[in-house]
Ligand binder design. Structure first.
Ligand SMILES: NC(=O)c1ccc[n+]([C@@H]2O[C@H](COP(=O)([O-])OP(=O)(O)OC[C@H]3O[C@@H](n4cnc5c(N)ncnc54)[C@H](O)[C@@H]3O)[C@@H](O)[C@H]2O)c1
Length: 276
């Protein structure tokens, strides 16, 4: 018997990294998986890996676009008479090549300065150099996406009088991450949204929580320079990045009935990077 038998779960950004591991774990625990992503071919592949070609569903939608989200939920409602679990996971990191190259260069320079003189002189200056578009894009994928998907999911879950909403935040939303002011703001926004929504939705039998991962080995962190990766691993007491499965294990717990009294929490699997 699986811990999620008979449940229907929608995972946004499920085609890669943490989302993919969550889809696979949910399927192993008996849930039917709806895998959303911009890259629908990869989402289809994940549904196949789940062994759910016939029973599951892959849906292309950009979660930052309200209309596409309502269309995705319309497709879901046509196919399933329930939605038990929503994981707001879709996200982007420092994927803008100019922003990323600048970050890697300055970080390398800072490390060289620290090694040579024991003092960092060069500032990241990420905020001064951030464009309106980059700021908006980051907030819209993470924060707008989480709001749009939660709003639609709640319409179903409220009627059911049951459901689980899990949003993937980040340690950057707790401590702030230098070089990623837009990402940190978006993730902090998700934590605030989670706390407010948790208070209102629990009355309808819906538990809302967040997961705030530390550094995890996924395609998102592949773009970090080796020296930056080493520095981040060293700043993590566990001495290494986590795996997508480390996050998926917690997602299964939060999606299951074992966590029914867990409301509005931000749980952070981070190898000790943040201990609070
Ligand atoms: N990897 C880490 O170290 C780390 C740490 C903390 C939090 N997170 C968060 O975990 C989540 C998953 O990240 P990951 O590391 O697995 O990254 P990833 O790049 O492997 O996966 C992200 C997925 O989201 C999809 N996506 C991006 N924008 C989308 C959109 N607008 N609509 C639908 N799908 C979209 C991508 O196509 C991709 O498949 C993100 O929210 C990320 O911010 C990651």
């Amino acid at each position: 018997m699986g811990r999620l038998d008979g449940k229907v779960a929608l995972v946004t950004g499920g085609a890669s990294g943490i989302g993919r591991a969550i889809c696979l774990s949910f399927a192993r625990e008996g849930a039917t998986v709806v895998c959303n992503d911009l890259r629908v071919e990869n989402a289809r592949q994940v549904v196949e890996e789940c062994g759910q070609q016939a029973s599951g569903l892959a849906v292309r939608a950009d979660v930052s676009k309200s209309r596409q989200v309502t269309q995705m939920f319309a497709r879901l409602a046509k196919r399933f008479s329930q939605l038990d679990i929503l994981v707001n996971n879709a996200g982007i990191g420092l994927d803008n090549p100019t922003v990323r190259a600048r970050f890697n260069t300055v970080m390398a320079k800072q490390q060289a300065e620290l090694a040579k003189t024991g003092k960092i002189e060069t500032a990241l200056e990420a905020t001064q150099n951030l464009s309106d578009e980059e700021w908006r894009r980051m907030l819209s994928v993470h924060l707008d996406g989480t709001f749009y998907c939660s709003r639609e999911a709640l319409k179903i879950m409220h009627k059911q009088r049951s459901g689980k909403i899990i949003s993937i935040a980040s340690i950057c939303g707790m401590t702030g991450c230098a070089g990623a002011p837009h990402y940190s703001a978006a993730k902090a926004g998700i934590l605030g949204f989670t706390r407010a929504l948790a208070r209102e939705a629990v009355v309808s039998g819906v538990q809302v929580n967040a997961i705030a991962p530390g550094y995890i080995d996924t395609p998102m962190t592949e773009g970090l320079d080796d020296n930056v990766r080493r520095a981040l691993a060293m700043a993590t007491p566990a001495g290494q990045f986590g795996s997508p499965q480390d996050i998926a294990n917690l997602a299964v717990y939060l999606a299951s009935e074992e966590s029914n009294f867990v409301v509005g929490q931000a749980i952070s699997p981070n190898g000790g990077y943040v201990i609070a």
